[in-house]
Ligand binder design. Structure first.
Ligand SMILES: NC(=O)c1ccc[n+]([C@@H]2O[C@H](COP(=O)([O-])OP(=O)(O)OC[C@H]3O[C@@H](n4cnc5c(N)ncnc54)[C@H](OP(=O)(O)O)[C@@H]3O)[C@@H](O)[C@H]2O)c1
Length: 264
């Protein structure tokens, strides 16, 4: 089925790896011209070339920038003043004890996971409203609604994105612009893959056996008992970007493999 996204332009933040890259690839598959973002120019260029050779009818572009830095965000706006789709995917995370989270850490997480996405949204949303079409997606986490206690600084920022998403959605009233949040559960990004691959060094296990063992002992509440593949989030995000998803307005959309045990 044609998703009605041909020739749209999408900025996907943090798209040289992991979930962001998968979202960019799935959008390109639908004929979207993707702006690839990361801080490393060569990494971005490599991803652009990869997508260009796989989807030659699209025009992926290099959008290298540290989007936490206001000046670099502004340079990005000058280079790409108009987009149809903004996927605020970039986010940092690490396991930390509450006692170790000092003010500097709280502020860094707020600046990185919330203010960067807000800065981009603030610039692009009015243009989308003027065009009467646009999509903004925030990538949060199941930890936004079910903090595990293992990374309080991260969970706080992801809960904030849900609120920001709804506040922006209210501004889209009566238009074909939507703002939504996707909450992935544990996902097999390259980093996670490497961590699992390095586990159980004294046992002769395949990756899939290691993954199963990890899930049983560390994430028993997951109903799929495997990591979500980035492509699954990519396909969901592509649907949310499509005109078929116009009725999703300010929605928190869960794709968490059953991690959250409640109905809502
Ligand atoms: N993986 C999971 O299990 C999981 C689960 C739930 C939610 N999420 C969320 O999904 C999102 C993506 O996670 P991921 O695991 O796929 O990430 P990842 O594999 O660590 O990839 C991060 C991407 O962001 C880029 N990046 C980092 N800092 C940046 C900055 N300041 N400016 C621009 N680009 C930057 C990285 O490239 P450079 O380092 O070269 O800049 C890379 O392309 C995050 O918001 C995360 O919280 C992840």
């Amino acid at each position: 089925m044609d998703m009605g996204l041909k020739n749209k332009t999408a900025l996907v933040t943090g798209s040289t790896k992991g979930i962001g890259k998968a979202i960019a690839i799935e959008l390109a598959k639908e004929g979207v011209n993707v702006l690839i973002n990361g801080r490393n120019y060569e990494e971005v260029e490599r991803t652009v070339n990869e997508i260009k050779s796989e989807f030659p009818l699209t025009s992926p572009q290099n959008a290298t920038a540290d989007i936490v830095d206001k000046e670099q965000r502004e340079a990005l706006f000058k280079k790409y003043p108009n987009i149809d789709i903004l996927v605020n995917n970039m986010g940092i995370y690490e396991i930390m004890q509450y006692e170790d989270v000092d003010d500097e850490v709280w502020e860094r997480y707020f600046r990185t996971n919330v203010l960067a996405a807000n800065g981009l949204s603030k610039f692009y949303l009015p243009k989308m409203l003027k065009n009467d079409f646009g999509r903004i997606i925030f990538i949060a986490s199941e930890e936004a609604i079910m903090p595990s206690g293992q990374m309080p600084q991260y969970c706080m920022t992801k809960s904030m994105l849900l609120s920001l998403s709804k506040s922006l959605s209210i501004l889209t009233k009566g238009t074909e612009v939507t703002v939504n949040t996707i909450m992935p559960g544990p996902t097999l990004s390259e980093n996670v893959h490497q961590i699992i691959e390095g586990m159980y060094p004294n046992e002769d296990l395949t990756f899939s056996e290691k993954e199963k063992k990890f899930m049983t002992s560390n994430l028993p509440q997951s109903e799929i008992q495997r990591f979500i593949r980035p492509i699954e989030i990519g396909r969901l995000a592509t649907f949310v970007c499509s005109p078929y998803a116009s009725a999703f307005k300010g929605s928190p959309i869960r794709m968490d493999g059953g991690m959250v045990p409640t109905i809502f």
